[in-house]
Design a protein around this ligand. Structure first.
Ligand SMILES: NC(=O)c1ccc[n+]([C@@H]2O[C@H](COP(=O)([O-])OP(=O)(O)OC[C@H]3O[C@@H](n4cnc5c(N)ncnc54)[C@H](OP(=O)(O)O)[C@@H]3O)[C@@H](O)[C@H]2O)c1
Length: 324
């Protein structure tokens, strides 16, 4: 028997019964038809071997949209067939998925159809977590949340999450879902050293409401790693035409900050990626950090963040000064 479950750390998701691995793997980039099957298969199986139990998808991940779910379904069937009960799979709907008025945002029509399509692509009867991917300014929140509640009652998802909701919207959604009898399990916001909006109210809200928090892009899409210390490498997300990290975002100021942060990381005996992840996990309200990886080597590097989650006050001050 492997002792991976003793080596990985698991954190309770808010006040729910569910625990997640402190590091989760996301399939937004690197798992589409434009990527190399054997490389991402190895990344995914390495994650599972190291005790990562949670894999995060969305209807539109690829490219093309839907291909990450199809690839994930293939690997699940071929390599992890009898391990479904050891795995937490999430998917989402909320961004553009198909043309016409029913392939985007937050209507009941879109959310229910999209989840049915996701289940088919992955070859699943149910997902563990289904998220509304972003708030919809036009659809009444009641309609979106009633659709999520229905999906749980139908047995197509076990838990519900929200993503990209600001604190006021999140508070309304958490209250409404609780009244419907399907509590909000988790919130998925963007959070990294470079993007700290969750510190202005969201984390306090989630902590007091007993809702879990799983930050996405904790490495700022690769900026908070050793990848961009000396410019933009060819094999990077910023160099790919379909990558969401744009070359314009990698300013000289950012490169200077990354280099200074790297020195702090070295003093802690960590890689920059490891320090960026430890820095998020130091807060107990965080359930898991949701990383991406274009290789199993990257993932193995990132996972070592768990060896040092403690920061001295002067280290935190130094980091804040660099980020000012
Ligand atoms: N809810 C939402 O709206 C939303 C939005 C975005 C993402 N997400 C979720 O969050 C997940 C993670 O997002 P993300 O991919 O942007 O996360 P990230 O962890 O910030 O960035 C991942 C990228 O960083 C680089 N990297 C990772 N580990 C490294 C290491 N140890 N050393 C050097 N480079 C390393 C790789 O870049 P290269 O590819 O260049 O090698 C990798 O593709 C997604 O897959 C998705 O599940 C959710």
């Amino acid at each position: 028997m492997s002792d991976k479950y003793n080596e990985m750390q698991y954190r309770r998701c808010g006040k729910s019964g569910l625990k997640l691995s402190a590091v989760s793997l996301g399939l937004w980039h690197n798992f589409g038809y434009t990527d190399v099957y054997e490389i991402f298969r190895k990344t995914l199986l390495t994650a599972f071997d190291k005790g990562i139990t949670h894999f995060d998808l969305a209807n539109n991940y690829g490219p093309p949209p839907g291909s990450a779910e199809e690839n994930f379904g293939k690997i699940l069937k071929k390599d992890l067939q009898h391990r479904r009960d050891e795995i937490i799979i999430s998917t989402k709907a909320g961004y553009t998925m198909w043309e016409g008025p029913y392939g985007d945002w937050g209507s009941k029509k879109y959310l229910t159809a999209s989840l049915d399509q996701s289940l088919k692509r992955m070859g699943l009867d149910y997902v563990d977590i289904f998220y509304h991917h972003r708030p919809d300014p036009e659809t009444p929140l009641e309609e979106t949340l009633t659709a999520l509640d229905l999906i749980v009652r139908q047995g197509k998802a076990l838990y519900i999450g929200i993503s990209n909701y600001k604190p006021e919207e999140a508070k309304k959604a958490i209250d409404m879902l609780r009244n419907l009898g399907t509590p909000c399990l988790i919130h998925q916001p963007k959070y990294s050293m470079f993007e700290r909006w969750v510190e202005n109210g969201l984390l306090d809200l989630l902590g007091s409401e007993g809702v879990g928090c799983i930050p996405f892009s904790p490495l700022a899409q690769g900026l908070l790693t050793n990848k961009y210390l000396h410019g933009i490498p060819e094999d990077s997300r910023a160099a790919k035409p379909h990558g969401f990290l744009k070359k314009e975002q990698i300013t000289q100021e950012k490169i200077n900050q990354i280099n200074q942060l790297n020195i702090v990381a070295q003093k802690r005996n960590q890689s920059l990626a490891q320090m960026a992840l430890s820095w998020i996990l130091k807060d107990e309200r965080i359930t898991s950090v949701l990383v991406g990886a274009s290789s199993s080597e990257q993932l193995l590097d990132s996972l070592q963040c768990l060896n040092n989650l403690y920061f001295q006050d002067d280290e935190l001050k130094e980091i804040d000064q660099i980020l000012q």
